[in-house]
Design a protein around this ligand. Sequence first.
Ligand code: AMP
Ligand code: FE
Ligand code: FE
Ligand code: ZN
Length: 281
Amino acid sequence: MRIDLHTHSNVSDGTQPPAELIAAAQHAGLDVVALTDHDQTAGWVQARQAAAELGVGFVPGMEITCQDHQGISVHLLCYLQDPGYQPLLDELDLSRNSRVIRAQRIVDRLAEDFPISWDLVSEHCQPGATVGRPHIADALITAGVVESRNEAFANILSARSRYYVGHPAIDPRDAVRLVLEAGGVPVFAHPAAALRGRVVPEATFHEMIDVGLAGVEIHHRDNSAEGKRFLARLAKQYDLIVTGSSDYHGAGKLNRLGENLTEPDMLDRIIAAGTGAQASL
Ligand code: AMP
Ligand code: FE
Ligand code: FE
Ligand code: ZN
């Protein structure tokens, strides 16, 4: 069984519509794929239908943008949550709205030095999609400023850049609680991605575990080797679900579908725990 539990469509910052992503998953020889767009679930219906037509197993999910009390970015994956659970939807609305304001501020700063505008960024973002720096990167590519998203993230869009602006986001403990209330299964995404920026201290893991964190995404290309060893110890100590996945973003990132996989018994645990939505296997 080839199971990849972390992918993005153009409902957030991936480059393919959900149905195309599912076709790509089939082409990559995956048996099961989860769609985990940032901060929304608008792609589930299309993905589920394509998965049924192509005979691919589908797990509905999402990746929630969070920030801990020290301002460190945390991404929380969740699976099988009720997509209509209003308290969670309210938080996601706040988050997506603050992303728009923040992206506009980044563009304002960039526009002082580069030929880009909010209109150009909007052309690279599907209506209603969760906007992020990758869409700004795409506008910078069109404007001839950089050649790839990767190049943009390496300098002018990095968190260390003078053009960078952050945005407020939900505390990871509150996100874990809301996911559980929605019948979902919360899994900490790429928890040891040291190259992306600061990683949370061990205390944050314990705080999240205390409120019901169910799993950790260990097998992910951005986790450091040392971080993976730490996570494996933590998972053993607290009997956490362990996942592996690609974090595929279509043409927007080097990550390839199926480059990391989740063991079938771990998917079984997710399915046993999730009560807010159905997987189609
Ligand atoms: P934001 O959510 O606006 O802060 O932007 C972060 C998003 O950018 C993440 O979800 C990643 O998928 C994406 N990202 C981060 N680094 C890179 C990179 N080097 N190349 C392409 N996309 C990236
Ligand atoms: Fe992303
Ligand atoms: Fe992420
Ligand atoms: Zn992701």
